[in-house]
Design a protein. Structure first.
Length: 703
C-alpha cells in the first residue's frame, strides 16, 4: 500500500519511523506468537520532545511495520497539567500468569479452562506535577517511579495496574535521586524462576537489579557500576545471555548501557560489558573493565602536564596567540573546578578568559616508535575540518597529529568537562617524524579543549566497548521472547545534541536497522558483534552492478547506479592494501564535489571512517557550535595481506556501516540534497588491490 508520506523529504524508506510527530527511544521490544512488537517514546502532539507516550507498531519480519493506536498515552488533567508521562521500559509475556492478570479465553477440547498470556509493560512513570494517587501514594514533582500495565489482546489495549507505582523510589541511600530513577528492563530468569529488573540511577551511573515473583512486588538484589564510560547519564539498560561462538555450553551475559552525554563522539552513545549473571548479581569479566586511572602497562609518558609552574615554551612546546607564555594549569582551578577524570593535578587547557582564548600549542617534534598514542580529552565539540581549516570558516578546537605536513589524526572534545581516554593507531607512521598541535580558533565560551596524560604505547587505552562508533545510535533495546541463542537489538537513530532540530517536517527521528547480536572470539577476546537482521535482504533488488578490479588505480572511479536506488542501496565492498593509503566510496555525491558522504578504510590509521562534513543540509545547527558535521572513526587493526570487508546500508537520510565480522558499526544521519546522486569509488595515495563491489537496490517498505 502506498503511504501519502512516501515522497516526504528525508523520510527513510526501509527504517522504522512514526507516521507523524516525535519519536525517541525504542521501548517494550517483544516477540510473541510470530509477531514482533515495537513500542517507542512518542509525542502525539508535535515533532519535538514532549507529552511522552508509548507509540506501537507490529511486524512479522522486522522490516515491514503496521502502525497501531497509541498504547500508553500521556495523562493530562482537566486544567492542562501533565500528571504522568510514560518514559522508557520493556514488555514481557507472563506465560505462567505469575501476575494474575490473565483472563479466561475459553475451554480446550477436553473441557479445561484456558487463560490468556498477558503482556505486561514495565515502564517509568514520570510525574511532572505533585499529587496524591487514588491509592494514597504521595507523588513529588519530577518523581520517576517504576509502574506496570497489562494487555490481554496482544498489546492492542492496555490497563494500568491499580497498585502503581510498584517501585515508587530508589533505595534509601539514593533517596535524593528520586527524579533520576528510570528505564526498567525486565525479563524472566528461568534458572531462578524469578522476574529480573534492571533499572538505572542515571546521574550515579549505577544500575539497580531487582527480582520479583509476580511483577508487582520487587526486592533489590544488587547494583552494578559505574564502569568504563562512566560520565553523563546512564540510561536504557538491557541484560541478556548469549552463547560464545554459538556454543550452548559457553554462555555469557551482556549488559547494554546508554550514555548521554559522554558517547564516543559527542552526546549520545551505547556501551556494552560482558560478564556473568546468577539471578542476583551481574559481574563484569575482568578483561572487559577498563580503569581510567591507569595508563597502558607498556606506555611511555610523552607529557603529563604536571609542571603547572612552567610555561609551554619551557616544556619545549610552541604557543601562539593567547597561549604565549601560558602553561599547564591545576585542573581544580579551571572552569570553576568542573573538570573530572584528570590524573595528577595539571592539565593543558585552552580555557582562558572565560573560554574565549584562541591560538595554538604545538609539541616538540618526535619520532613515532610505538603503535598507539593515547591521551585524556574533554571540552567542546568543534572538529577539525580539512575543507575549512585555516579559512575564516574554521571553528575547530582540536588536537591534531601532523606527519609530513598533513593532519593524519584529529580529536575534538565530546561536549563535556569529563576527561575520557582516546587512542590513535599510528602503526602506519612508525619511524616517521611527527608533532601534536592543539588548535583553538573559536572564541565561543564553550569552545575550549582540555588535554592530559599523553602516552605512547603498543596497545590502546580503551575507555569502553562501544556498540557503535557513529553519532546516531542510542537507547539500544533488545527483544524479549527470543531463545538464548538469538538476540535482536534496535537503536534510536539520533543524538540528543541535535535531535529536536533535524530538518524533517511532519515526523522526527528513525530507528536503526534491527541488528542480530552474537558473541564471537576475535584475536583471543570475546566480543559483541552485530549485523543487520537477515530479513533486510528480502528488500534487496537484483544486483544493480558488480565490479572486480585486481588493481584499482589512484583516483576516483564512478559507478553507475540508476535512480531511485542511488539513494537507497546496499553496498558490499571487499579490498586489500596496495600502494595506497585509503580506499572507500563516495555516496550521494554531486557533480561539483561540494556534497558527498565518504566511507572507507584508512590503511595507515587502521580505521573505518564515515566523513559527513559535506553530507548535505546541516543548517539546522549553529555554525559555531556545530555538533553535526564530523569524521567518525572506528579503529580496526589489519595486516597488510588482509582482505577487508565493509557492508553499507544507505537510506534517504542515513548510512550504517558494518565490517565483515561485525565488530565495527558506524551509524550516521545525513541530509543530502536531491541533486547529489553519484557513486564513486576512490583509492587515495596509490592503488588498492583485490577490489570487488556489489550493489543492490533496496525496495521501499512503504509500497
Amino acid at each position: 500500500m502506498v503511504r501519502p508520506f512516501l515522497i516526504e523529504e528525508y523520510r527513510p524508506q526501509f527504517h522504522f519511523t512514526p507516521e507523524k510527530n516525535w519519536m525517541n527511544d525504542p521501548n517494550g521490544l517483544v516477540y510473541h506468537d510470530g509477531i514482533y512488537h515495537i513500542f517507542y517514546q512518542y509525542n502525539p502532539n508535535g515533532t519535538k520532545w514532549g507529552y511522552i507516550s508509548w507509540g506501537h507498531a507490529i511486524s512479522t519480519d522486522l522490516v515491514h511495520w503496521k502502525h497501531l493506536p497509541i498504547a500508553l498515552e500521556c495523562d493530562v488533567d482537566s486544567n492542562g497539567n501533565i500528571m504522568e508521562m510514560f518514559f522508557s521500559g520493556s514488555v514481557a509475556v507472563d506465560v505462567n500468569n505469575t501476575s494474575g492478570f490473565a483472563i479466561p479465553i475459553g475451554r480446550s477440547q477436553k473441557g479445561k479452562e484456558m487463560f490468556s498470556q498477558p503482556m505486561v509493560a514495565i515502564y517509568t512513570s514520570h510525574y511532572p506535577t505533585a499529587h496524591t494517587t487514588f491509592n494514597g501514594q504521595v507523588i513529588r514533582e519530577g518523581q520517576q517511579s517504576q509502574s506496570i500495565a497489562f494487555s490481554n489482546d496482544n498489546g492492542l489495549t492496555w490497563t494500568k495496574y491499580n497498585g502503581n507505582p510498584v517501585i515508587p523510589s530508589p533505595p534509601p541511600e539514593y533517596a535524593d535521586q528520586y527524579n533520576q530513577f528510570r528505564d526498567p528492563f525486565v525479563f524472566w530468569h528461568s534458572t531462578s524462576s524469578k522476574w529480573i529488573m534492571v533499572a538505572t540511577l542515571a546521574l550515579k551511573q549505577t544500575l539497580l537489579i531487582y527480582s520479583s515473583d509476580n511483577l508487582k512486588d520487587w526486592t533489590l538484589a544488587s547494583q552494578f557500576g559505574p564502569y568504563n564510560a562512566r560520565f553523563g547519564e546512564w540510561e536504557c539498560p538491557s541484560l541478556f545471555p548469549l552463547y560464545v561462538d554459538g556454543n550452548s555450553a559457553s554462555e555469557k551475559w551482556v549488559m547494554l548501557i546508554g550514555i548521554n552525554p559522554g558517547g564516543v563522539v559527542a552526546g549520545s552513545g551505547t556501551q556494552s560489558i560482558i560478564g556473568s549473571f546468577d539471578g542476583k548479581t551481574f559481574v563484569a569479566d575482568p578483561s572487559d573493565v577498563y580503569d581510567p586511572t591507569k595508563v597502558p602497562a607498556d606506555s611511555t609518558v610523552f607529557q603529563d602536564f604536571e609542571s603547572t609552574s612552567s610555561t609551554f615554551e619551557e616544556l619545549g612546546w610552541t604557543a601562539t596567540g593567547d597561549f604565549v607564555s601560558r602553561g599547564p594549569r591545576k585542573a581544580s582551578t579551571v572552569n570553576a573546578g568542573k573538570i573530572k577524570g584528570y590524573l595528577g593535578n595539571g592539565i593543558m587547557t585552552t580555557y582562558l578568559s572565560g573560554g574565549t582564548g584562541t591560538g595554538t600549542i604545538a609539541s616538540p617534534k618526535f619520532t613515532i616508535t610505538e603503535e598507539y598514542i593515547s591521551f585524556l580529552v574533554a571540552g567542546g565539540y568543534y572538529p577539525y575540518n580539512p575543507v575549512t581549516a585555516g579559512t575564516p570558516e574554521d571553528h575547530q578546537v582540536s588536537m591534531n597529529l601532523v606527519v609530513d605536513g598533513k593532519v593524519v589524526h584529529s580529536q575534538t572534545g565530546t561536549n563535556t568537562e569529563n576527561l575520557v581516554w582516546r587512542s590513535w593507531n599510528v602503526a602506519g607512521w612508525v619511524g616517521k617524524e611527527a608533532y601534536l598541535i592543539v588548535t583553538d580558533v573559536n572564541p565561543g565560551p564553550s569552545a575550549h579543549l582540555h588535554i592530559d596524560e599523553i602516552v605512547f604505547s603498543n596497545s590502546p587505552k580503551d575507555e569502553a566497548n562501544w556498540n557503535d562508533f557513529g553519532p546516531d545510535y542510542y537507547a539500544a533495546a533488545t527483544y524479549n521472547g527470543l531463545p538464548n541463542s538469538e538476540r535482536t537489538v534496535v537503536g534510536w537513530m539520533n543524538n540528543w545534541a541535535y535531535a529536536n532540530d533535524i530538518p524533517t517536517s511532519t515526523w522526527r527521528s528513525a530507528m536503526s536497522i534491527p541488528r542480530t547480536l552474537a558473541l564471537k572470539t576475535i584475536n583471543n577476546k570475546v566480543r559483541l558483534v552485530q549485523q543487520p537482521v537477515s530479513s533486510v535482504s528480502t528488500l534487496y533488488t537484483a544486483a544493480l552492478c558488480s565490479h572486480n578490479f585486481s588493481v584499482l588505480q589512484c583516483g576516483e572511479t564512478e559507478v553507475n547506479v540508476p535512480a531511485p536506488y542511488n539513494a537507497r542501496m546496499r553496498l558490499a565492498l571487499k579490498f586489500a592494501r596496495g600502494t595506497g593509503t585509503k580506499f572507500g566510496v563516495c555516496l550521494r555525491s554531486n557533480a561539483a564535489n561540494t556534497q558527498e558522504t565518504v566511507i572507507g578504510y584508512d590503511f595507515l590509521g587502521q580505521n573505518v571512517f564515515v566523513d559527513r562534513f559535506k553530507s548535505g543540509n546541516n543548517s539546522f545547527v549553529d555554525s559555531e557550535r556545530n555538533a553535526f558535521p564530523g569524521c567518525f572513526i572506528a579503529t580496526m587493526a589489519t595486516k597488510p595481506t588482509d582482505l577487508i570487508e565493509l557492508n553499507i546500508l544507505l537510506d534517504w537520510s542515513s548510512v550504517e556501516v558494518f565490517d565483515g565480522q561485525g565488530q565495527i558499526a558506524i551509524t550516521c544521519q545525513i541530509f543530502p540534497l536531491d541533486d547529489s546522486a553519484k557513486v564513486k569509488l576512490f583509492s587515495e595515495g596509490g592503488s588498492t588491490k583485490s577490489v570487488s563491489v556489489a550493489i543492490n537496490g533496496i525496495d521501499s517498505v512503504w509500497t
